[in-house]
Design a protein around this ligand. Structure first.
Ligand code: AMP
Length: 395
């Protein structure tokens, strides 16, 4: 698979699929430019070569070309972040777009209007992909966040650039970093899987058992495992229909020699609220009407012990309701421990929407080895799937 470093873009027009699907506030201002920042190295490499960039992205899930989903909203912030005044075209295919692309000079950037204004984008329509392909000489995919989708601009379009296609530096580094966890890992390898539901993480849990030595399970999903083993979990979050599966995962882990670490104590609350009355309890003995919303001190100490002796750490999902201050301690403790282990030489990768939010909230971004930008895409890679966006770039 080629990367942008394998091409000289001098005099060339790069057609780049970026992920500028950024959050906007009520005034339609960008509130978090992380994804734009992440595309910067690729764009700069192309401009420095003497090429020009045509950026295509989606924004939200528009139904009828609603103005709130226009990529025009992103133009100002993107220009600021990239340090270049970006041009814009209100159509992403057809004459207007082709003309705007043709007029683009070296060192210039053109942003196309939201690809998802056309339903053909998500349908993976070939004609739409071909129409887009007319805009550039070399196709670059740098959108890890959508690499798990077989959309027109993320996968199908690659067919029209059999020789001239490559991944951008962000996508290349996402793949390289995930491989540091999945294939070229230093042992012992620990996965920390938290979050709300077992159901959304089952395939990940099953697939990573082959690759890890320790599995730490936290968050709401831990209670399905605890109940399945006979614990009294009070009103804690549970997926009753997943208890059987939880036991199967524990059995498989045992067969494969993976040590599973579940919480032993919890911060419990009498309601799902920041103002709730709280207490601590053994996870197997939570009173009726009370729910476990965070890990307790004993659990935090056990998790710390495992993480400090790990050489590779993957973290996906918070171990408590970190959005509420009284239940954030476990997740903060966990994040700090992963940071400490990283300082001691371990490799750590954090990914998945809520763990990334937690890492940012508690200022740990620079203290872990890598923060993945892709939620669904990262989970699918962990599930062992080949992502359509990556497959399309292989010859
Ligand atoms: P996920 O998107 O599956 O990673 O889940 C993240 C969400 O899980 C966060 O919003 C947390 O508030 C929530 N969560 C974590 N621990 C618990 C818990 N013990 N009970 C209920 N929700 C939880």
């Amino acid at each position: 698979m080629k990367t942008v470093n394998d091409f000289d873009f001098n005099g060339k027009k790069a057609l780049i699929r970026v992920d500028f699907n950024v959050p906007l506030n009520d005034d339609k201002e960008v509130t978090d430019a992380t994804r734009i920042e992440a595309a910067k190295p690729t764009i700069h490499k192309i401009l420095e070569d003497g090429g020009s960039c045509i950026l295509m992205s989606h924004l939200g899930r528009p139904k009828n070309k609603e103005a709130e989903f226009s990529l025009k909203n992103v133009l100002k912030k993107a220009s600021e972040v990239l340090g270049v005044s970006i041009k814009f075209t209100e159509e992403c295919i057809g004459e207007t777009a082709e003309e705007a692309a043709a007029q683009l000079g070296a060192g210039e950037i053109l942003l196309l209007e939201n690809l998802r204004y056309h339903p053909e984008e998500t349908e993976g329509d070939r004609d739409f992909a071909q129409a887009l392909s007319k805009l550039g000489d070399i196709y670059v995919n740098d959108a890890f966040g959508t690499a798990h989708r077989a959309h027109a601009s993320t996968a199908i379009i690659a067919d029209f650039f059999p020789e001239n296609k490559c991944v951008g530096l962000l996508l290349a580094s996402e793949i390289e970093n995930l491989n540091k966890v999945l294939t070229d890992n230093k042992k012992p390898v620990t996965a920390v899987i938290g979050g709300a539901k077992v159901s959304s993480k089952i395939t990940v849990l099953e697939n990573i058992l082959d690759k890890i030595d320790h599995l730490i399970i936290g968050g709401g999903m831990a209670f399905t495992f605890i109940k399945a083993q006979g614990g009294k979990i009070g009103s804690s979050m549970v997926e009753d229909d997943k208890q059987e599966l939880a036991l199967e995962i524990l059995e498989k882990a045992k067969e494969k020699g993976v040590e599973v670490h579940l919480p032993v104590d919890a911060i419990i609350a009498d309601s799902f609220s920041e103002l709730a009355t709280t207490d601590t309890a053994d996870v197997n003995d939570i009173p009726e009407g009370w729910m476990g919303l965070d890990t307790g001190d004993k659990t935090n100490a056990i998790f710390k012990d495992v993480i400090l002796k790990s050489q590779t750490i993957l973290w996906n999902g918070p171990v408590g309701v970190f959005e509420m201050e009284p239940f954030a301690t476990g997740t903060i403790h966990l994040g700090n421990t992963i940071a400490e282990s990283t300082r001691n030489g371990a490799y750590s990768l954090v990914g998945g929407g809520d763990s990334v939010a937690a890492v940012k909230k508690f200022n740990l971004n620079k203290k872990v080895s890598y923060v993945s930008t892709g939620g669904g895409a990262m989970l699918e890679m962990l599930e062992g799937k080949t992502l359509p966006g990556i497959k399309a770039m292989q010859n």
